[in-house]
Design a protein. Structure first.
Length: 71
């Protein structure tokens, strides 16, 4: 699993927002900031959680033979 990375793409604007090995607090902040800028009406409350944030993004593996882990 070393080197496994994931591309996180916004489902609204289709842009790649981050490429990460895992979503940590810093990446989640970046995703929330993107969502606020891209589609402010979609933000759920002042502090959206991980699940509420990630439902607006598509997560795919950079390795075409592997899919992202189930949530």
């Amino acid at each position: 699993m070393a080197g496994r990375r994931f591309v996180v793409t916004c489902t609204h604007c289709k842009r790649t927002v981050v490429i990460v090995s895992r979503v940590t607090g810093a990446e989640l902040d970046r995703l929330q900031a993107h969502l606020l800028a891209c589609c402010p009406s979609e933000v759920v409350g002042p502090y959206p959680g991980v699940e509420a944030t990630l439902r607006h993004f598509r997560v795919t593996s950079t390795d075409p033979d592997k899919s992202p882990p189930a949530a």
